[in-house]
Design a protein around this ligand. Structure first.
Ligand code: SF4
Length: 353
């Protein structure tokens, strides 16, 4: 399944093992004829080869917008207003994703990077049988596979996601359960062997047992196919199960980025700490569940200084004046908080640890 290389660009400061590098990425949404609000406010992030990274946060924090921007799939009202997205091709050359257009952009999507949307019924064409949707996807994006090859690859992928091809390929989407449709979408997303797969809330609409099955499927296909997986979720247990690293977003910025163990056992940002404390544990005594006070701010009316200060129990004067940069708190652990060195899961208001 060879493809010609995409247009190349200069390496900049992209690390050797990074598949996609975002630098100072900014996205705005149009709110009026000439007015825009910033929704992604300067994100620096490397997506490494073969890793699984979760982007977490409440609804409206910018996590889905960030994922859509990487695939150049922003809605019409959105625009990238600054920064760079650099993609490393299979052969090693680099592509300026924001410069892609027409055929090149079309090929980048699905062949290099694919997305599995939430809401499987909406993402599949309800009028086409699953078999046709596999064949149409290949036809639209790559013409050098025979019908037999498409049939074989579709069947292999469906088996990989624990579905029976003989049952699923001749079915319409409405003839399948929600969990089966979600797994069909995962198989479709892998059809053209992308290096990057983005999953937007992959288990949100599923019951708890089906969620479990989809998590197992994702873990298995990831182990077998070695793509880079980015999943957007507000489900912290899902992030704990599947992610190697976790990026916590608030107000259009990454406010904490760390390995999954640090995120859950040694978080340093009050917002990450608040999210973790709001999830009841599955085992042991149930401690007091503490929700984060207030609601996420509107992007059109973000507070000055640290955008979390209006909800943060540890806010001090400096927090209203100065937006903290991402401070390096350890190996691959960055935190945007003026008092990151004093924060821990155990800290309560008034404590200094
Ligand atoms: Fe809270 Fe201040 Fe840290 Fe922001 S900078 S998270 S307001 S303590």
């Amino acid at each position: 399944m060879s493809t010609a290389p995409l247009v190349t660009t200069a390496p900049g400061d992209m690390p050797e093992n990074s598949l996609v590098s975002l630098r100072d990425l900014r996205v705005d949404y149009r709110t009026g004829k000439k007015s825009y609000v910033p929704v992604i406010r300067g994100v620096d992030l490397d997506l490494y080869r073969d890793e699984s990274i979760a982007i977490v946060g409440e609804s409206g924090c910018g996590k889905t917008t960030l994922a859509l921007a990487v695939l150049r799939l922003l809605p019409k009202l959105g625009r990238v207003s600054g920064g760079t997205i650099t993609y490393r091709q299979r052969a090693g050359g680099l592509t300026d994703v924001l410069a892609l257009d027409g055929q090149e952009l079309r090929r980048f999507r699905w062949t290099e990077a694919s997305i599995v949307y939430q809401g499987s019924m909406n993402a599949l064409n309800p009028l086409l049988k699953v078999r046709r949707q596999f064949h149409e996807t290949v036809r639209a994006h790559r013409r050098n596979m025979s019908a037999d090859q498409v049939e074989q690859r579709s069947a292999d992928l469906l088996r990989m996601v624990q579905l029976e091809p003989g049952r699923v390929l001749p079915s319409y989407p409405h003839e399948l359960s929600g969990g089966m449709r979600q797994r069909v979408l995962i198989a479709l997303g892998l059809l053209l062997d992308p290096q990057l797969v983005v999953l937007d809330e992959p288990t949100t609409a599923l019951d708890i047992l089906t969620q479990r099955a989809v998590v197992e499927v994702l873990r298995e296909v990831k182990d077998q196919m070695h793509f880079t997986m980015v999943f957007v979720t507000h489900d912290l247990p899902l992030a704990a199960e599947l992610a190697d690293r976790v990026a916590t977003m608030y107000g259009g910025r990454i406010v904490e980025l760390s390995g999954v163990n640090d995120t859950f056992y040694a978080p340093r940002h009050p917002y990450t700490i608040g999210l973790i404390k709001a999830v009841p544990p599955v085992y042991g005594d149930v401690p007091e569940i503490a929700s984060i006070p207030g609601t996420p701010p509107s992007f059109g009316d973000l507070p000055g200084g640290c955008s979390f200060h209006t909800r943060c129990p540890f806010a001090e004067d400096i927090c209203t004046d100065e937006d903290p940069p991402l401070f390096v708190m350890g190996e691959r652990h960055d935190v945007a908080c003026h008092f990151a060195d004093q924060m821990s899961l155990a800290r309560t208001v008034g404590d200094r640890t």
